[in-house]
Design a binder for this molecule. Structure first.
Ligand SMILES: *Cc1c(COP(=O)(O)O)cnc(C)c1O
Length: 371
């Protein structure tokens, strides 16, 4: 049966407003409370959020910052990583992971992902040189990387372990939270993330007192005490209003992640098309389904087909960082990272958001099976 596009509402990949309306009263009350407080920067909402998020993860320190890229940039800076240093990172990540390294003057060294889209520990050792200072593991799409093996590699080669948790709020491996495996971890609260703010926001977490102090000072012009600047820092502070709204969202994160998992369980059980490869789940992993990513050799054809059926999709990500214009200076040519490049040509993220109705889920499943 051909659907009539004018009669049905298009399914767009990220309906962020649905997550707002579910808790509308709580969000609006918190926003008004902050507006009326007269305190908009580095006040009680930020310190409360930092405490609550650290407690949620099981870490000692959390430092709110302006966004996820700043969290990465500041994390590498406070680890002392800069010019002349190399950081090993998976090649199939969002470009911000790589910019967090290169903005400090360090060189990103790319390794291929494993079948779960995480950094492949088998491929790391051949990339380690005398200049290597750290490994950045990205828990892409909401699924933890193979952290035990990666942590072992870091120990063996005396490297820092940094986690990019921008897509993995609440994800665990063998019941241990992502963000607690390494020396320092970085979060983004961009509105579309599992723990989303209503604007830009991010955080750094660590158990190391020295790193906490350095990041806290660096985010605020290098000062602990106003007008007493210890180092040349930056301005990357989490706003009071975003922190307050994040506290509301954090209090519901478990149920929001559960809802995503239920939608994905339906996708996994009901999508049945031999041309489509469904995502796998790593042993011991609790996946928080930031994205539901399938692969198919005829990806662009599937994308067009779904579009005709009123179903929007997104490609995460069509151009791997090493082939982007921004990183041509690294001189890494096409064909050097074949798995990453293959993924870039075959991955597709299906619509997935909190508040997605069963009817919307069914429409996606039916269209996937008809294709
Ligand atoms: C979103 C994201 C970032 C950057 O976060 P922003 O808040 O947008 O700066 C970094 N890494 C990954 C993997 C992301 O998905």
């Amino acid at each position: 049966m051909q659907m009539n596009n004018s009669e049905i509402e298009k399914i767009i990949p990220g309906r962020w407003d649905r997550g707002f309306y579910r808790y509308q009263k709580e969000f609006e009350e918190k926003a008004l409370e902050v507006l009326r407080s007269g305190r908009y920067i580095l006040g009680e909402e930020v310190s409360s959020f930092e405490e609550e998020f650290a407690q949620f993860l099981g870490v000692k320190y959390c430092i709110g910052v302006g966004n996820g890229l700043d969290a990465l940039r500041i994390a590498f800076h406070v680890l002392g990583i800069g010019s002349g240093d190399e950081v090993v990172v998976q090649a199939n990540t969002f470009i911000a992971s790589v910019m967090g390294i290169s903005m400090n003057g360090a060189v990103p060294v790319f390794v291929e992902p494993d079948e779960y889209y995480g950094l492949d520990p088998q491929k790391v050792e051949s990339k380690i040189s005398a200049k290597t200072k750290a490994i950045l593991a990205v828990h892409l799409y909401g699924q933890p990387c193979e952290m035990q093996e990666i942590a072992n590699l870091c120990k063996k080669h005396q490297l820092y372990l940094v986690e990019d948790c921008a897509q993995s709020h609440g994800a665990t491996l063998n019941d241990k939270m992502t963000g607690t495996f390494g020396n320092i971890a970085c979060f983004s609260f961009y509105p579309g993330k599992n723990l989303g703010a209503f604007g830009d926001a991010g955080a750094i977490v660590t158990d190391d007192e020295g790193l906490d102090k350095a990041a806290r000072v660096f985010r605020n012009y290098g000062s602990e005490k106003r007008y007493h600047n210890q180092v040349v820092g930056t301005n990357s502070r989490l706003d009071e209003i975003q922190a307050g709204l994040l506290r509301v969202r954090l209090s519901h994160l478990e149920e929001l992640n559960k809802e995503r998992a239920n939608i994905c369980e339906r996708y996994l059980n009901e999508i049945n098309n031999e041309k489509i490869l469904l995502p796998g789940i790593r042993k011991g992993a609790k996946h928080v389904w930031h994205q539901f990513v399938i692969r198919t050799q005829q990806r662009d054809d599937l994308k067009d087909y779904l579009e005709e059926q009123g179903i929007g999709t997104i490609i995460h990500y069509p151009i791997p960082p090493h082939l982007s214009e921004a990183y041509q200076y690294l001189g890494i040519t096409a064909g050097s990272l074949p798995i990453t490049e293959e993924y870039a040509q075959t991955v597709l993220s299906l619509p997935l958001y909190n508040g997605m109705t069963e009817e919307e889920q069914s429409r996606v499943i039916q269209a996937m099976n008809r294709w």
